[in-house]
Design a protein around this ligand. Sequence first.
Ligand SMILES: Cc1cc2nc3c(=O)[nH]c(=O)nc-3n(C[C@H](O)[C@H](O)[C@H](O)COP(=O)(O)OP(=O)(O)OC[C@H]3O[C@@H](n4cnc5c(N)ncnc54)[C@H](O)[C@@H]3O)c2cc1C
Length: 248
Amino acid sequence: MKVLVCISHVPDTTAKINFTNDNKEFDKNGVQFVINPYDEFGLTRAIWIKEKQGGTVSVLNVGRAETEPTLRKALAIGADEAIRIDADPTDAFFVASQIAAVIKEGGYDLVIAGRESIDYNGGQVPGMVAAMLKWPFVNACVGMELDGDTASLIREIDGGKEKLSVQLPVVIGGQKGLVEEKDLRIPNMRGIMSARTKPLHVKEAVEANRQTTVGIYEKPAPKGDVKMIDAENMGELVRLLHEEAKVI
Ligand SMILES: Cc1cc2nc3c(=O)[nH]c(=O)nc-3n(C[C@H](O)[C@H](O)[C@H](O)COP(=O)(O)OP(=O)(O)OC[C@H]3O[C@@H](n4cnc5c(N)ncnc54)[C@H](O)[C@@H]3O)c2cc1C
């Protein structure tokens, strides 16, 4: 089983988000980057597949050299090789075109991506990859079992779950449930040392045009001051909600 896990390099969830260049670009200054959490669930599930039935796990990122520590972390967690497409990930179509090109060459049976990347939150890349390859795509997967060339998948739907099966090869968008948080692996010293010698291939981007251009980013308005109202003073609370907050 050859599994490819797509890894998005994203700001840590606790990072303070700011923009630069007249709010046209995300300001990376002082920001700590991590493996996109949805991708980490997928990576751990891929390693379980390898441990149970053999095969290889490759990880892939479309990004500049600054993303290599993130890929090395994936290697330290247990991936066998990493691939970095050396290009700015300028939009979902461009990123998906790069990933699809790697898959066409690589002969993968299963491609695991995250349901969305927690930075730009497009939720578009894996669906586009599947469309480019004419492969099936199942998003929001919370469970997966493999039996030969059939994948039995469970996906989250509004208010419930859907169980379905699909023939490999397939692209899935994964999330928590593929494995649980307690199952995520913290790289140990042996993993960190072996990650240094595992292959990290850097490839040129294939020709592909971006299809969207961001005009401007806008942060939510800062929260207003909190007014404390005495618990006994219900009339004042009603007056403020009516006259100031204008919600009743
Ligand atoms: C310099 C710069 C300029 C940008 N300008 C624009 C712009 O003009 N217009 C615009 O739309 N966006 C822009 N972006 C955002 C960038 O295009 C997004 O990162 C990209 O579209 C992926 O979309 P997403 O993060 O929403 O992915 P999603 O579709 O939400 O990601 C889902 C999954 O796809 C995989 N994936 C996503 N990105 C990657 C990646 N880079 N490598 C490997 N796997 C990945 C991961 O498994 C991820 O969990 C810019 C980003 C940068 C760094």
